[in-house]
Structure formats: structure tokens, C-alpha cells
Ligand binder design. Structure first.
Ligand code: HEM
Length: 392
């Protein structure tokens, strides 16, 4: 008898488990979503949501105002919100302005998942890989020395105002980079080990520094652009530099004017990416005041670039909240690319090349360094010096 009871219990317990595994017929759910729908949606798969988009109630069958739900005009709360989601109702919010009028926007979760996942993984990965590659390069190539040693005499490479502009740019960029990284990674790299209190204090300070130091970065960016743009226009000499790979591996010294082609890439990279990171940063600092993505996407669509790259046409209508989500994502992506680029720049300006740091340190570089790395510029400076010497 006991055994029979046990068997019966087991069979009864198996019932619900079996039912969970069965494909549920939607009609049996009263038209609501099934577990499969929910699972598929969570997995980011496309589902046929006509069961929701079509279930918007029927106002013509409105119950009398005295009936239950009568005040909603024949639709339930869920049907009403569904109608708003699928743009099938002419409800409007009592909040004023374009931001307050948005009752539902679906971009929030994908944006949040992107920020928590790929942005951290690929962004952080890019910086680590860059560091590793620089380490490998240092081991393989070693420090680039001045052939035959320094001459001992120097010439002026950068005036005080140029160095001032550079260091304001560099100092502000490093502060922005560190505080930006803390904002993105603080919750995963600080909070678990040092506690939420410290993380919160650091992040509040980071935000303040990030928001205020950005002005110095933008001003220095303009300053550096004005001072150096003329020296960074590509010219025919750059071809020789490119063909010789900058002489980095062949240990040759291709001719160069004030800036070689590698430096021109750094310059234009800093200017273009710096302008873009500044624009998206301003958009984040003044929420909803500077939407720029819908317009940019419209221009790109007109050129046909997204189509050519296989992205189809980009959305040109988006809610103010989606504009902000794009601004955040773009700001972070551009910042990561810039950080990787600047890591390489800092390497070559310090550890990677003998004699380079002096250019930004004291402003005076060794003549032999100048002759080897910027021969055409060196000759120009020397010729000017000779011409300006008073005739005997
Ligand atoms: C500790 C950090 C940095 C160091 C040690 C450093 C070092 C240098 C040096 C030595 C030069 C002169 C190269 C020459 O004589 O030809 C230079 C130039 C330059 N730096 Fe920096 N820099 C740093 C950070 C930055 C940052 C953060 C930026 C921009 C966000 C930047 C942008 C530039 C640009 C555009 C040039 C002119 C082009 C070039 O030489 O590559 N630098 N830097």
C-alpha cells in the first residue's frame, strides 16, 4: 500500500513539470504571452508579437462609466499601455516638453545591456591589448636610440606656449580618461573590493572632475589645432615615410619636416576624435538640449554610407532618451579609441625613443636627434639661423 502511495505521489508531482515543458497553446493563456515568448524576448530573439500589438481592447464595447473599468473606456490598463507602445492610441502625457511626453521607449534595455557587456569587455580589452602590444614592441625593438649618440648641442623644437597647450591637453585628457573609466568600471572593479561607500564617493568626485576638466580639454584642443595644423597637412614626403614604414623596423631615418606621417596621424586622430568626444560629451552634460544623432544619421543615410557598410538605413526619428543613449555609447567608444592611440603616443614620447621627451619637456632637442628624425625641419631651422646671423 505504501509503495502504491509513493508511486501516486511521484506521478502527481511529475504532472506540473511535464506541463511546463509542453508548448502552451496561446488560447489557453487567454491571449497572454507564454513562457517561450518571454524566454525568446530575453534572449534577444525576434518574436511574433501580434498577440500583444493586436490586443488593444475595443473602445466601442466600452462599459458604462458606472461599470467596473468603465472609466477606461472599455480597455484595461494593460491594453491601454500596449496601445501606447504600438502607437495605436492618441493619448498624451500631462508632462510638458518633448522629454516628458515620451511614455514608453524601448531602447533603454538594449542600451543598458550594451553598456554593461560589450562596451566594458571590448573597451577594456582594447586598452589591455594595446598595453600588451606596446610591451611586445618594446621587447622586440627596444628603445629607439640616437644613432652614434647625442651631439650635445640642442635646438628649440617647441616654444613655451606650444608646450603649455600640449600639457593642458595631456593633463586634462589623462584626468578625463581615469575618471571616465571609473564611471564605467567602478561598480565592477571598486565596489566589490572596497565597498559601495568608497565607490560612491569616488564616482561623485569623478563626475565633478570629468564635467569640469572637459572645458580645459576643449580649449587646449582648439589651441593645439591652431598652433600645429599648418605643419600637419599631408605632403609628398609622407609617401617616403610610409614606404619605409617610418623606419621603425628597418632602422632607417626617412626624411620628415616638423611632423612625420605617424605624428600627423596622431594629430588628426586627436583633433577629429577629440572634437567628436567633445560634441557627444556636451550633449551628455546638457541632457536633451543638444540632440545630434538623428540628424547625423539622416546625413549618413543620404550619403549612403550605412547601406554600403551593410547597416541598412539608420533611424532618423528617435526619442530624446534614445538620443542620450547614443550619445553615451558614442562618447565611450570614441574615448576608448583615443585612449589606445594616446597610450602608443605616450610610449614613443617617453620610453620608446631616446631624446623625444625633451621636445615637450624643456622644448630643446638634441641636434643629432633632430637631424635623424626630422631632417628637413632641421635643415630649415639651421638655414634660418644662418640667415639671421648678422653679416660680418
Ligand atoms: C604623459 C603623456 C604625454 C607625453 C609624455 C607626451 C609626449 C609628447 C612629445 C614628446 C611630443 C613631441 C614629439 C616631437 O617632438 O615630435 C608630443 C606631441 C604631441 N602630443 Fe603628446 N604626450 C602626452 C600626452 C598627450 C595627449 C593626452 C595628447 C592628446 C589628447 C597629446 C597630443 C599630442 C599631439 C597632437 C602632438 C603633436 C604630434 C606628435 O608629436 O605626435 N599628447 N607629445
Amino acid at each position: 500500500m505504501r509503495v502504491l502511495h509513493c508511486l501516486l505521489m511521484v506521478l502527481l508531482l511529475c504532472g506540473p513539470v511535464a506541463a511546463q515543458n509542453m508548448d502552451v497553446e496561446r488560447s489557453s493563456t487567454g491571449g497572454a504571452q507564454t513562457l517561450e515568448d518571454i524566454m525568446a524576448r530575453q534572449a534577444g530573439q525576434k518574436i511574433d508579437d501580434s498577440f500583444r500589438s493586436g490586443a488593444l481592447g475595443n473602445p466601442t464595447q466600452a462599459k458604462d462609466i458606472a461599470d467596473q473599468l468603465g472609466t477606461l473606456g472599455g480597455v484595461s490598463q494593460s491594453e491601454l499601455w500596449r496601445a501606447i507602445r504600438y502607437n495605436a492610441s492618441d493619448n498624451s502625457a500631462s508632462g510638458s516638453g518633448v522629454v516628458g511626453n515620451v511614455m514608453i521607449q524601448s531602447g533603454g534595455m538594449p542600451w543598458y545591456e550594451f553598456r554593461e557587456g560589450p562596451l566594458r569587455q571590448y573597451g577594456g580589452g582594447l586598452l589591455l591589448v594595446t598595453l600588451m602590444l606596446l610591451g611586445v614592441f618594446y621587447i622586440a625593438r627596444g628603445r629607439i636610440r640616437i644613432d652614434g649618440g647625442p651631439a650635445g648641442s640642442t635646438i628649440t623644437r617647441f616654444k613655451a606656449v606650444e608646450r603649455f597647450g600640449h600639457w593642458v591637453l595631456a593633463g586634462s585628457f589623462i584626468l578625463l580618461g581615469i575618471t571616465g573609466l571609473l564611471t564605467l568600471f567602478g561598480r565592477v572593479i571598486l565596489a566589490p573590493y572596497f565597498g559601495k561607500e568608497l565607490n560612491s564617493t569616488l564616482l561623485i568626485a569623478s563626475k565633478w572632475i570629468h564635467n569640469n576638466v572637459s572645458w580645459a580639454f576643449m580649449l587646449a584642443l582648439i589651441m593645439v589645432f591652431v598652433m600645429w595644423v599648418a605643419h600637419n597637412i599631408p605632403n609628398r614626403t609622407d609617401w617616403i615615410w610610409i614606404k619605409q614604414g617610418g623606419g621603425i623596423f628597418t632602422k632607417s631615418h626617412p626624411p620628415a619636416k616638423k611632423f612625420n606621417f605617424g605624428q600627423k596621424i596622431i594629430f588628426w586622430g586627436v583633433i577629429v576624435l577629440g572634437a567628436s568626444v567633445s560634441a557627444s560629451g556636451l550633449s551628455l552634460t546638457f541632457p536633451f538640449e543638444m540632440p545630434m544623432f538623428a540628424k547625423t544619421f539622416a546625413i549618413l543615410n543620404n550619403i549612403g554610407l550605412p547601406e554600403a557598410l551593410g547597416f541598412g538605413t539608420l533611424a532618423t526619428e528617435m526619442s530624446p532618451q534614445e538620443e542620450m543613449q547614443f550619445a553615451q555609447a558614442w562618447h565611450a567608444i570614441v574615448a576608448f579609441v583615443m585612449m589606445a592611440m594616446i597610450m602608443a603616443h605616450i610610449y614613443i614620447g617617453t620610453l620608446g625613443m631616446e631624446g623625444a621627451y625633451d621636445a615637450m619637456g624643456s622644448g630643446e632637442v638634441d641636434e643629432e636627434w633632430a637631424r635623424q628624425h626630422h631632417s628637413l625641419w632641421y635643415e630649415e631651422v639651421k638655414a634660418k639661423q644662418t640667415n639671421s646671423q648678422p653679416a660680418e
